[in-house]
Design a protein around this ligand. Structure first.
Ligand SMILES: [Zn+2]
Length: 429
């Protein structure tokens, strides 16, 4: 909790944040206007420089780190990250706010220009408004207001804008974490303003296992399929087993992880893609062939109570069972990538400071949650070996990646206040 002296000093900071509502809105609009679509990683450098130049004017020491050699990095699409640090009046802990600059593709169904930063009815619209330029802007304005207040704070404040979160973070937080940017003694506490809702503190996320399964067959003329062996029919046997065995098993597993939405508080699996037989995208008539290959890509999300080996093992057991029982069945299984589940201590400093700041600002108890999907916390935890990392930000979780994505201006102002209170608490405790 914030002590009485800090409490008194915080009142003008909160008033200052309130008065910067329009500035916060404008910063969010400016960030949205960089179309940082990933893939391929558009406009990363100008967006990082915009942020860096702003923070440099506020006395931050700004460094740019290009993730050379990271997936997707090229002279055309450089993976440019920005890290800004401002030292306090004496040594102490460092609180780091990390936002990803990249956004997902636009997709269909928009009623506003996704990169115009349209403001309407107290909301800023645009691709990335919610996930997570509104959150990053809130952190920036919160820290600027805090520093401008002249409060004599120890330690250091860092703000980073990093890339490629949407594609795994390998050119962003992972790259930086491997080089010590997200480890002690440089950093002690990390808050990632991902859109988990203004009154929720997110302490972690489920694990991920992406894999490709290929069933094998033998090609023949489609008018005499009995002369071949259809890889697609073999795949249908795999899908049938998933329906009958795997999905019910996954649905029966429950977790102590407080995942939201509640539907994700169990193991899940999405079949991300199916490909078999003739290539897609050809507009002519088909040639009759029995498919000799069929592939699916699965996206399995798992709980902290499950082990990766078990997750892989149960899919493998189904495939091996078919190999034994189904004539002609052959398969290949290839892992694409995996991420272990991660969860910070809800009683640890960063989670508890943020939760008590939510209560102070919003007048209601913070909900401690876990995210259904992963985000850059995994790299801070696994590579940076920093457990003190949470996600807290103003956007509405369900809006992420949707058409007409928006962030509420009042939520941004409130979350900026929460971030300022939490930062003071963490720096002065
Ligand atoms: Zn995000």
């Amino acid at each position: 909790m914030v002590d009485a002296a800090s409490e008194k000093a915080l009142a003008p900071v909160l008033a200052e944040i309130e008065s910067r509502r329009d500035e916060l809105t404008a910063l969010t609009q400016d960030l949205i206007r960089f179309p940082t679509i990933n893939p391929p990683g558009e406009a990363y450098t100008p967006c990082a420089e915009y942020l860096g130049q702003r923070l440099a004017r506020r006395g931050f020491k700004v460094e740019y780190v290009r993730a050379e050699g990271a997936p997707g990095d090229s002279d055309k699409y450089p993976r440019t990250n920005v890290i800004a640090r401002r030292e306090g009046v004496r040594p102490g802990p460092c609180v780091h706010f990390n936002g990803h600059l990249d956004v997902v593709q636009v997709g269909a169904g928009w009623t506003v220009d996704p990169f115009a930063g349209v403001v309407k009815d107290g909301k800023v619209y645009g691709r990335g408004a919610c996930d997570m330029k509104g959150g990053l802007a809130s952190a920036v304005v919160a820290m600027e207001a805090l520093l401008d207040s002249g409060m004599a704070l120890p330690g250091a404040i860092e703000i980073s804008g990093t890339v490629d979160e949407e594609s795994g973070g390998y050119g962003g937080v992972a790259y930086l974490a491997e080089r010590g940017w997200f480890s002690k003694p440089r950093v002690d506490h990390v808050i990632i303003p991902e859109p988990l809702n203004v009154d929720r503190v997110c302490i972690g996320h489920r694990g991920v296992w992406w894999a490709e399964i290929e069933t094998l067959g033998r090609q023949a003329h489609g008018s005499m399929p009995f002369l071949g062996d259809s890889a697609i029919r073999h795949m249908s046997a795999v899908l049938e087993k998933f329906e009958r065995q795997l999905y019910p098993a996954l649905a029966s597993r429950h977790s102590d992880m407080p995942v939201v939405p509640e539907g994700a508080r169990q193991s899940t699996m999405n079949i991300n893609a199916v490909h078999g037989g003739q290539e897609e995208g050809f507009t002519g008539l088909p040639a009759p062939c029995v498919a000799d290959s069929c592939r699916i890509v699965i996206d399995r999300r798992f709980l902290i109570e499950e082990k990766l080996a078990q997750v892989e093992g149960e899919v493998k057991a189904i495939l091996e069972g078919l190999k034994r029982d189904r004539p002609g069945f052959g398969y290949k299984l290839r892992e694409l990538f995996h991420v272990e589940p991660t969860m910070a201590d809800p009683e640890g400093p960063v989670a508890s400071a943020t939760a008590s700041a939510v209560e102070k600002i919003l007048g209601r108890k913070a909900q401690i949650v876990c995210s259904p999907g992963t985000y850059d916390q995994k790299h801070v935890d696994r590579i940076g070996r920093l457990k003190e990392c949470i996600a807290y930000g103003p956007g509405v979780l369900d809006l992420a990646h949707q058409p007409d994505e928006w962030v509420g201006i009042q939520d941004m102002v409130d979350s900026a206040k929460v971030m300022a209170v939490a930062a003071v608490d963490l720096l002065t405790r």
